[in-house]
Write a protein that binds this ligand. Structure first.
Ligand SMILES: Cc1cc2nc3c(=O)[nH]c(=O)nc-3n(C[C@H](O)[C@H](O)[C@H](O)COP(=O)(O)O)c2cc1C
Length: 223
């Protein structure tokens, strides 16, 4: 796939076919993605690949935690969005709920949607990206993990795979640790659900919006 086509066609996939992804393919994707650039070539990423019964155990562990009323304790956080950022978040939720036929007041279906995220969107596999806690949780290290994340998502397209970057799957780190033994010395930063897209799944039809270039760019200096 042409690189421009890949960038333009990548989208978050929130519904997957049950077919497993061969380990060799997951490995090849990572073998490509390790070419991601990083600050001073520090390569802060560490990746745990989860699938099969381990992933199932994490899914059900997450749901159990949610149902028990436990407070999520993600190891990377961000302030709640305000202003235009909040507006974009709301627009995204409206788009998804419309496609999924979830009414604003339908608490049950909204809760079921939340659970879907905690179940890694029922994907057959996921990558969990961590970094050593000795590393400063500075913008630069996180930027490197972000670059790795996008590289994985783009490389996955070459194999007909879809992805959804998400923090929902690792909202309860103690559940993930219980089944993967990721040590306490590592910070779980983000995860990526991966699998073959179910194109009939309504939310996969979502075309998320973008602010046009002219609204985000400032040109300084002549040609
Ligand atoms: C750091 C990060 C965290 C995200 N977390 C979630 C998540 O927890 N659940 C979810 O459904 N999507 C999540 N997403 C996907 C975004 O909602 C999505 O990238 C955005 O709406 C743009 O849509 P697109 O990926 O289809 O282009 C996340 C994306 C990023 C980059």
């Amino acid at each position: 796939m042409d690189i421009i086509d890949a960038i333009r066609s990548r989208k978050s996939i929130r519904g997957y076919k049950p077919d497993p992804v061969p380990k060799e393919i997951l490995r090849e994707i990572l073998d490509i993605a390790i070419r991601t650039p990083s600050t001073l070539n520090a390569q802060p990423w560490e990746i745990t690949v989860v699938s099969g019964e381990v992933l199932d155990n994490i899914r059900w562990g997450n749901i159990e935690m949610l149902n028990s009323g436990a407070t999520p304790e993600p190891e990377t956080t961000s302030k709640p969005f305000e202003g235009k950022y909040r507006q974009r978040q709301v627009e995204l939720a409206i788009q998804i709920f419309n496609l999924m036929g979830i009414a604003r007041e339908d608490k049950e279906k909204r809760a079921e949607w939340m659970q879907r995220g905690l179940r890694f969107f029922d994907a057959p596999a996921a990558f969990i990206l961590s970094m050593d806690k000795s590393l400063d949780e500075s913008t630069l290290n996180l930027l490197d993990i972000g670059a790795m994340t996008q590289t994985i998502c783009l490389a996955a397209l070459h194999y007909g795979l879809g992805t959804c970057i998400n923090d929902q799957g690792i909202m309860f780190p103690e559940v993930v640790r219980r089944f993967t033994h990721i040590p306490e010395s590592k910070r779980m930063v983000i995860c990526i659900a991966i699998g073959y897209p179910d194109w009939d799944f309504p939310a996969n039809k979502l075309e998320s919006k973008r602010e046009p270039v002219d609204n985000i760019v400032t040109w300084c200096g002549g040609a």
